[in-house]
Write a protein that binds this ligand. Structure first.
Ligand code: AMP
Length: 178
């Protein structure tokens, strides 16, 4: 099937539910089948880009690991740069850091201190919006560095976890809702 002809149901059909991963009670939304299929990969990136384009981002910010994959593709599609938020200790240069709560634990994210220049419009992207802790941490990093959040964009949103409550006042969008 051509990417342009794909609807949300076609994307949804390529998302695999993995029960009890990474721990009991969590249903992991695995996007690897969607990424592996050229039509759904292209279709998902096209649909993300269609929402992002009018918000005129300068740079896409993705967090490891899956946010790097679609975030990089999206940045390229939009003609933007890409900035990485990583787990502590992974980035080689001077960093800024934010701690946050995850659906399944506590964590922290870091960015290079020069990854965003003041006034740059930053599109925050990830595969899944769950509790919103990760996205809120990325908002914190962007604003620490003087960037402007142009939008917060996901492939999947788990509505029952109310993650968008953490992002009140920001322009938030997800392609697929559960
Ligand atoms: P949160 O901070 O709770 O919104 O969690 C979002 C981050 O954790 C994203 O980077 C997701 O990739 C990952 N994540 C959390 N819950 C899930 C889930 N049920 N399925 C897949 N990824 C998840």
């Amino acid at each position: 099937m051509k990417a342009a002809a794909l609807g949300i149901e076609d994307l949804k059909a390529k998302i695999r539910d993995v029960p009890d991963f990474p721990k009991p009670g969590i249903v992991f939304k695995d996007i690897m089948p969607l990424l592996a299929d050229p039509a759904t990969l292209h279709g998902a990136v096209d649909q993300l880009a269609a929402w992002a384009e009018p918000r005129k981002p300068d740079i896409v910010l993705g967090a490891e690991a899956r946010g790097f994959i679609t975030g990089g593709a999206l940045a390229c599609r939009l003609g933007c740069g890409f900035a990485a938020a990583r787990k502590p200790g992974k980035l080689p240069w001077r960093t800024v850091s934010v701690k946050y709560a995850l659906e399944y634990g506590l964590d922290a994210l870091e960015m290079h201190a020069d990854a965003i220049t003041p006034g740059q419009r930053v599109l925050i992207h990830d595969d899944v919006l769950a509790t919103g802790g990760t996205a809120k941490a990325k908002v914190g990093l962007v604003e620490q560095l003087g960037g402007v959040v142009a939008g917060v964009l996901f492939i999947i949103q788990l509505d029952f976890l109310n993650g968008d409550d953490q992002l009140e006042g920001y322009d938030v969008h997800s392609l697929i809702h559960y």
